[in-house]
Structure formats: structure tokens, C-alpha cells
Design a protein around this ligand. Structure first.
Ligand SMILES: Nc1ncnc2c1ncn2[C@@H]1O[C@H](COP(=O)(O)OP(=O)(O)OP(=O)(O)O)[C@@H](O)[C@H]1O
Ligand SMILES: [Mg+2]
Length: 408
């Protein structure tokens, strides 16, 4: 295992200590130096040549942006990760423009910090190899595997889309150790912020009013961090603001997030509107949620037909929620809907209801409950579910999405 060397730059000794504590158990990451301002950062970057520099923005004498500019010029092999607080969006943009590779918004978990450092170091390694190979300049955005967009869908309300999206987001952050975004595209009635107990802020409605809403560093400033490490982009704070967010916004935002997150989980409303359609179209995986009640079963067929008409059925997976074996056998259900059930989640009203009421997802608070164990398995299953069968889709001439549903 090769060691990643890190320089911490922050004027507050307490913050430097916090970062060191968060990295204490990461055997492949070694803190080689600490600087208290931009000046010191520039000279330590020269002498230590660290793989990664964790850079604070606001510091006395020379700030983190100026320091990033000078270091990028003198030591392009050191990858700079900006550490900022929510609301410093202008700084964040300028820092990315000054050559920073990635950013972290406080507060962050040790997993998130360590995986960002590893990703940044991986990037600078690749950059070094490229420089040695040729004189090709580095790309403007970090080279990384594009993230996977997973949309939770059902035209039937109340089947558990939000419950599954929230708990699976945490499951993925824990099991797959990736950077996870949870986007609440249920624009009128989205309740992800209630389920996760985060402040209900403007979220997507404010993003949509930005001129450059597909700028990753700007987009990041609208995310709310959750204690699990998942980052949440909430629905608009009030239903009237929902119409500010269009299908084009949805498409662009999700496309941008593919470059900065490993998994982008999207919650949707039961209504099949153009924003939901844009989410489906952008997805690598579409998880159809259903339960065993007859109306919900009828909706599985309807949903499968919709996806078929959109030519997106190859990306879909059926997840049966609130499963009770005494009600219906899976194979009977499968023959009824003429499709395979990909996964089941058991019914556990006590655990689920109390977790929603407290705003504390059960995957975090009830780690040994049977339903949590099931969610962890489902998270691994999803993480290992190969890339979408899109080849057939790309071959087909593309009509407009609405046209594909209604003019058949
Ligand atoms: N596995 C489960 N066991 C027991 N109850 C569950 C389970 N999953 C969801 N529920 C219950 O079902 C209800 C609806 O869940 P949820 O809000 O997640 O559905 P939804 O599909 O997002 O609804 P909407 O269409 O209104 O957005 C919740 O009150 C929750 O308590
Ligand atoms: Mg919901």
C-alpha cells in the first residue's frame, strides 16, 4: 500500500487537530506538515512536495485562493483540496478556478475526508504519468469514473420511495464507501429533509435561479451535509417554488453531479411530470418501488409499460417493499407482473414509523434490525450492479421524451 502524504493548511490549530483526529486510523494517509497561513503553505509545499494539500480559504496574510494559485504554478503535482464552510460559494468557485482539485464542505466525516484525499491523490498520480508521457495539459475537471444515477420511481404514492431512497443512501455511503448525493426531485411535496432531519432550505428552487446552475462548486454550496456523510440537495422549501425547477434544470444538475459524486440517488413524486421524466432519462438505474397491495401491483405493470415506451426498461429493477411472505409468494407475484423482482424489503412498521417521526433513518440508529441488514445487502447489490444496458437505447432514433410516451 503506497502512502499518501498530506499537508494541512489552516490558521486555527483546533481545526488542524480535528483533521488529524479524523485521519488517525487511515493507515495509507500520512500528515507530513502543517501550515497556519498561505505563505507558510507555499514554502512547505515547495520543501515537502506533499501529494495532497488540505487548504482552508480564509486565513491571515495570504488566503487559501492566492496560495492555491502559487502552488498550482510551482508544484502542480500536489493536489489541492479546498476545505470550506457552507455559504463560501464565491470563494469555492475562485478556488476551483485557481487550480484546486476538489473541495470539502464542513462538517465532513472521516470517511468522506479520506476518500476525497485518496481521489485527489489518484488524480495527481495520473496527471504525473500523463506529464511524463507527453506534454498534454491536464483536463479542467478531475478525471474520475462518472457517478451512477439511481432514481426511485413509482406512479403509486406512499409505496416507500422516500424511505428506501434515504436509507439506501446511507447504506451506500457505508457499504460502498463512495461519495453519495441524495436529490429530492419530489418538488411539491418532497420530505427528504424531514426524513433526514436537516434544515428545510431553498434547495433546488434556489439552484434553479442561479445563472450557472451546472457549475459543480456552486451546486455544492446548496447541499446540506448529513451526519452519515450523505449530502442532500433538498426540494424547494414551499410548493409554490416547485415550478422554478424545470426538466432542463433536473437534467443539467444530475449530469453535473455525475462528475463529483459516486452515487446520485434521486427521490421522485408519484406524479409523472416532465421533471420526473428527465430524471428517469438521466438514470443509470431506475428502481421501481412497489408493495404487495393490489393497486401497487397494478402500478408495477403500468410503470414497466412506461419505461418500455421510453426504452428505459433495461435500466429498471423492481424492489418489493413492505414484504410479508404470508400475503403473496414472490413467484406468484412475478408471474402476475411477468417480470423478476430484484430485491425485497421486509415490512417493519414499528422501526420505520419511529425512524420517520424522529428524523433518524433506521439504517443509522438500528444497525442490527433485520430491515437494516436487508438494506445493507441491497446497497452492496446496487453498488455491484453493472452498468446499464444502454447499447440498445443508443441505437434507436430518439424522439422527444413526451412523444415517446404518448405518440405510440
Ligand atoms: N418497509 C416498511 N415497513 C413498514 N412501513 C413502511 C415501510 N416502508 C415504508 N413504510 C411506510 O410507508 C409510508 C410511506 O412511505 P414513503 O413516504 O417513503 O413513501 P413514498 O413512496 O415516498 O410516498 P409519496 O408518494 O407520498 O412520496 C411511511 O409512512 C412509512 O412509514
Ligand atoms: Mg416520497
Amino acid at each position: 500500500m503506497s502512502t499518501i502524504t498530506v499537508l494541512i493548511v489552516d490558521d486555527l490549530p483546533g481545526t488542524r487537530e480535528d483533521i488529524k483526529r479524523l485521519l488517525y486510523f487511515e493507515e495509507d494517509i500520512k500528515i507530513v506538515g502543517e501550515a497556519g497561513d498561505g505563505d507558510e503553505a507555499v514554502s512547505l509545499a515547495d520543501s515537502l512536495k506533499p501529494d495532497v494539500i488540505l487548504m482552508d480559504v480564509n486565513m491571515p496574510r495570504m488566503d487559501g485562493i492566492r496560495a492555491s494559485e502559487i502552488i498550482t504554478e510551482r508544484n502542480p503535482n500536489s493536489a489541492i483540496v479546498i476545505v470550506s464552510i457552507q455559504g463560501e460559494k464565491d470563494y469555492l468557485r475562485r478556488a476551483m478556478a485557481a487550480g484546486a482539485r476538489d473541495y470539502l464542505v464542513k462538517p465532513f466525516s472521516s470517511d468522506e475526508l479520506a476518500s476525497t484525499i485518496r481521489r485527489a491523490s489518484e488524480f495527481s498520480k495520473r496527471f504525473r504519468i500523463r506529464l511524463a508521457d507527453s506534454k498534454t495539459p491536464p483536463p479542467a475537471v478531475p478525471a474520475r469514473e462518472p457517478g451512477k444515477i439511481i432514481t426511485f420511481f413509482s406512479t403509486k404514492g406512499g409505496v416507500g420511495k422516500t424511505t428506501v431512497a434515504c436509507n439506501l443512501a446511507i447504506g451506500l455511503a457505508q457499504e460502498a464507501k463512495g461519495k453519495v448525493a441524495l436529490v429530492d426531485m419530489d418538488l411539491q411535496g418532497g420530505d427528504v429533509s424531514v426524513f433526514m432531519n436537516i434544515p428545510a432550505k431553498g434547495g433546488l428552487a434556489e439552484v434553479a435561479q442561479e445563472e450557472d446552475y451546472s457549475d459543480p462548486s456552486l451546486l455544492e454550496t446548496y447541499f446540506c451535509p448529513h451526519m452519515s456523510g450523505v449530502r442532500i440537495l433538498p426540494a424547494p422549501a414551499s410548493p409554490e417554488q416547485a415550478e422554478l425547477v424545470t426538466a432542463i434544470h433536473a437534467e443539467e444538475i444530475l449530469k453535473t453531479l455525475k462528475n463529483t459524486y459516486d452515487y446520485i440517488l434521486v427521490d421522485t413524486p408519484a406524479a409523472l411530470n416532465d421533471v420526473t421524466l428527465a430524471c428517469l432519462e438521466s438514470s443509470d438505474r431506475i428502481v421501481i418501488i412497489a408493495n404487495q397491495e393490489l393497486p401497487a401491483l397494478r402500478h408495477i405493470k403500468v410503470n414497466l409499460e412506461i419505461l418500455q415506451k421510453l426504452n428505459l426498461h433495461g435500466r429498471s429493477r423492481i424492489v418489493l417493499n413492505r414484504f410479508r411472505p404470508e400475503i403473496l409468494k414472490i413467484k406468484d407475484l412475478e408471474s402476475h407482473i411477468n417480470s423478476t423482482v430484484w430485491a425485497v424489503i421486509i415490512e417493519d412498521a414499528a422501526t420505520v414509523t419511529s425512524s420517520i417521526n424522529k428524523g433518524r433513518p433506521f439504517v443509522l440508529t438500528r444497525p442490527s434490525a433485520e430491515i437494516t441488514v436487508g438494506f445493507r445487502k441491497l446497497a452492496s447489490q446496487l453498488a455491484n450492479d453493472g452498468s446499464a444496458e444502454t447499447a440498445e437505447l443508443e441505437k434507436q432514433p430518439q424522439k422527444s421524451i413526451i412523444g415517446r410516451i404518448f405518440s405510440f
